[in-house]
Design a protein around this ligand. Structure first.
Ligand SMILES: Cc1cc2nc3c(=O)[nH]c(=O)nc-3n(C[C@H](O)[C@H](O)[C@H](O)COP(=O)(O)OP(=O)(O)OC[C@H]3O[C@@H](n4cnc5c(N)ncnc54)[C@H](O)[C@@H]3O)c2cc1C
Length: 450
């Protein structure tokens, strides 16, 4: 990879659909709802509020979807960042089933929006394989049973089927989530912004909310060029909300992850990776990949809780690819970028009204494509229709994320699990080879007896 412009340009920026620049706010505005943050959460709230006939303004400090929403891996999955067993333990089985159903509604929202509005350049591709690198069929089958019981549409794939699609001897079984899909997230966000505007929302770019006075029936929001007065304010600023709402920002742990897209690969790509859906293997924050642009490999991972040199990370990602798919040969980085997500301590999103007329739609973590859609819709319904479904998230309060210490702990867990994962994987492969040797020996003896 060279250090030039095109090498560092985000692939999504390089393939984005045309979208107009939006003006800065340079007057005083009076609206029913003011949304702070033009990522997927804020745009969904704005669209759903406007569709219901209320006036709404979105204030975006930078450009629409310039943060996590336009930089992520693009997997639209059911569920949440929190493990389903932890959710059941915390809220009980019936409540957990309701939450899971909401997470699936978020996924349906994205699918339906793309299809109904025929959003250009979003290119949804079905299926997500969660691949295991250890020989743990029994555990995975049990996990799949639990997920089905909660309401997930997931099936077991044995190792032979997985290896038929992905030429990687390190791979064993997989859970196949049939309803999941992957998309071009920036084009989805740009499409969503256009739909919000068609419904009547006004979007202002390069317009940071500098101060909020949430007291009183009409809340006041100051920006550099004008003020907004609104009956409801929605905080959808994710980790960038920092100075505006330090106490809210302190409930999020900023986690930076890297994404690369390769130069076009030759015919060997189809021989090695035949599956066109999304794939994650069990290396926690590592190894989420898919084919984009017909013949390029997009690969993400290498979580960091603080700044890192992207070139080193790029080399690390290429090594990850080489280790998993040596038959791909030389893989060169064409695009490499980073994105920062905001993770809550409980790994569940923050959705709901925190003070009268002051709403939050945040903390979607690494699982934000379905949950921003669902959370944005719930908040809009809560505001306009007094719908109380958002209260299902009430058990997940705003918990301090631990500041620098929290970041160090998150990074330590990530680094700590990599060697443990590798050891388990090596053991699984050794066991498999031993089983194969034993089977060959038995077959040899059987032939000798005949
Ligand atoms: C590298 C990476 C990979 C990921 N992969 C996936 C994936 O495959 N699947 C998945 O489901 N999720 C994934 N995620 C998570 C997902 O992208 C996020 O959860 C989601 O986009 C969060 O959306 P958001 O609208 O809450 O926040 P953001 O997209 O961060 O938007 C918040 C916006 O608010 C603006 N803002 C903040 N403060 C102010 C202010 N004071 N005034 C005005 N504007 C303000 C910011 O400029 C920003 O544009 C990934 C995230 C990253 C970083």
């Amino acid at each position: 990879m060279s250090d030039g412009d095109t090498a560092s340009l985000n692939w999504y920026e390089a393939t984005r659909v045309a979208s107009p620049a939006r003006p800065r706010l340079n007057f005083d505005a009076d609206v029913d709802v003011c949304v702070v943050g033009g990522g997927l959460a804020g745009l969904t709230v704005a669209r759903e509020v406007a569709r219901r006939g209320w006036s709404v303004a979105v204030l975006e400090a930078d450009r629409i979807a310039s943060a996590a929403s336009g930089r992520n891996t693009g997997f639209v999955l059911p569920g949440f960042g929190a493990h389903i067993e932890d959710i059941v333990e915390r809220v009980g089985l019936d409540h957990a089933k309701q939450l899971w159903a909401l997470s699936e509604q978020g996924l349906d929202y994205v699918r339906a929006t793309v299809a109904e509005a025929e959003l250009p350049g979003v290119d949804p591709v079905p299926g997500w394989l969660h691949v295991s690198k250890t020989d743990n069929d029994r555990e995975v089958r049990a996990e799949i049973e639990r997920l089905r019981w909660i309401g997930a549409d997931v099936e077991f794939w044995p190792a032979a089927r997985v290896r038929g699609e992905l030429d990687n001897p390190r791979y064993f079984n997989a859970a196949h989530f049939r309803r999941a899909f992957h998309i071009h997230p920036l084009n989805y966000a740009l499409g969503l912004a256009a739909l919000a505007e068609q419904a009547g929302a006004r979007i202002f770019e390069e317009t940071p909310a500098l101060e909020i006075d949430p007291a009183g029936v009409r809340k006041r929001i100051a920006t550099p060029g004008g003020r907004v007065r609104a009956a409801h304010v929605v905080l959808a600023g994710n980790v960038q909300l920092g100075e505006l709402m330090p106490r809210l920002a302190a409930t999020l742990l900023p986690i930076t992850t890297f994404v690369m897209v390769s130069e076009p690969l030759g015919p060997q790509l189809d021989d090695v990776i035949r599956w066109r859906g999304a794939v994650s293997d069990t290396n926690r924050a590592d190894n989420h990949y898919r084919i984009v642009g017909g013949n390029r490999l997009q690969w993400s991972g290498r979580m960091r809780a603080w700044e890192a040199d992207p070139r080193r990370i790029g080399r690390g990602l290429v090594n990850d690819i080489r280790r998993n798919f040596p038959a791909l040969g030389e893989v060169e980085v064409a695009h490499l970028w980073r994105g920062t997500l905001g993770r809550t301590v409980h790994r569940m999103p923050q959705i709901g009204e925190i003070e009268r007329g002051l709403w939050v739609a945040s903390g979607f973590g690494g699982h934000g494509l379905n949950t921003t859609a669902m959370g944005g819709d719930l908040v809009a319904r809560g505001i306009v229709e007094n719908d109380q479904t958002w209260r299902l998230f009430a058990p997940y309060e705003l918990v301090w994320a631990g500041g620098r210490l929290g970041r160090a702990v998150a990074q330590g867990i990530y680094w700590g699990t990599r060697p443990a994962d590798r050891f388990a994987q090596a053991l699984a492969r050794r066991n498999e080879r031993a089983r194969a040797r034993k089977a060959a020996k038995l077959a040899g003896r059987a032939t000798a007896v005949q």
